[in-house]
Write a protein that binds this ligand. Sequence first.
Ligand SMILES: Nc1ncnc2c1ncn2[C@@H]1O[C@H](COP(=O)(O)OS(=O)(=O)O)[C@@H](OP(=O)(O)O)[C@H]1O
Ligand SMILES: [Mg+2]
Ligand SMILES: [Mg+2]
Ligand SMILES: [Mg+2]
Length: 376
Amino acid sequence: MAVESLATEMDTAVRVVHLASSLCVKVQEKLRLPSSTNGGHVKSKDDDSPVTVADWGVQAIVSWVLAEVFGGENLSIVAEEDTESLSKAESLGLLGAVSNAVNEALSEAPRYNLPKPDKPLGSTEILKAIGRCSSVGGPKGRHWVLDPVDGTLGFVRGDQYAVALALIENGKVLLGVLGCPNYPVKKECLSNGCNQTVTTKSAAGSVLKGCVMYAKRGSGQAWMQPLIAGGIPESATLLKVSSVDDPALATVCEPVERANSNHLFTAGLANSMGVRKQPMRVYSMVKYAAIARGDAEVFMKFAQSSYKEKIWDHAAGVVIVEEAGGVVTDAGGRNLDFSKGVYLEGLDRGIIACSGQVLHEKIIGAVYASWESSSL
Ligand SMILES: Nc1ncnc2c1ncn2[C@@H]1O[C@H](COP(=O)(O)OS(=O)(=O)O)[C@@H](OP(=O)(O)O)[C@H]1O
Ligand SMILES: [Mg+2]
Ligand SMILES: [Mg+2]
Ligand SMILES: [Mg+2]
């Protein structure tokens, strides 16, 4: 597949992630209201992880827009959410809140140069759009891969999260787009909890945070646009990974939750290779964004061995980091395999994203040296 022929795909993906990010910003603002007035925007899934109006709302608008632009018939979308709990009789209020958020966002679609429905979408159409994303991917053909809200825990806590959309063809990630609505201008504000106090203002008075990053496989370029209210900015800046290759100067980022990555093991690894700084703990694929933008040099995630990583948690971030000049592999040094369906099958222990080869080789070496003595 020639990269040049992806112009419509890339353009549509970037535009819809801008639109989806604007939906998220509005829902996250509502979540900060007292619980009696937020309309029950947060639910628990069977595994106790949260899901919100924004997760379903983003999945609905991305699915609806992709079907409008590329036709619904042969469209394959692999995405995180389903309609099971949203379709239950007791979820009418929740479905209404999703419907309001979706229709409010889609009414703005022309400002993003995207199609808009003739009339507001009804509940059935919204459930259909969400439900259409039940593809399981695989080694052949084209599959869009969507994490409507990655880092939902960060999202409900008023912190970092990302909207992640990628396109896979024959098992290879062709393009990736990451919407990071709370990504601060200053990297110091990325760490857990700091975001809520980001008050840096531009001369015009808007808060200096929020961006959309994107990259096409093989282009050797990754781009960043600021998130602006009600549309798409005209400019984009090139992203470049950090040139730091001395572990003593490197910043390592990792998931906030211990349940999602073994903090003790990664601390041991970092220590053994001479990292001095405290780890930067950040929710969501914003960790990939931080590597691509040069705000951190290493991202490591070592989940429990019983956990299988999903493709939507990594596809967009991997291509953006690689095109910005970085390296992403599993802990055995192999590329992540997006060809096996919903899961990153065959993943060797953990994920390691680095700004460059030098740090990457040191970490892989440290994993080999310390794995036997770890309890993973
Ligand atoms: N047990 C376990 N181990 C590892 N990973 C898990 C686990 N459970 C869930 N997930 C997936 O992790 C996604 C969030 O990853 P983060 O890096 O953002 O983690 S953290 O919230 O900062 O701790 C999260 O993505 P979202 O559900 O989109 O938020 C999950 O897909
Ligand atoms: Mg996720
Ligand atoms: Mg998610
Ligand atoms: Mg989730």
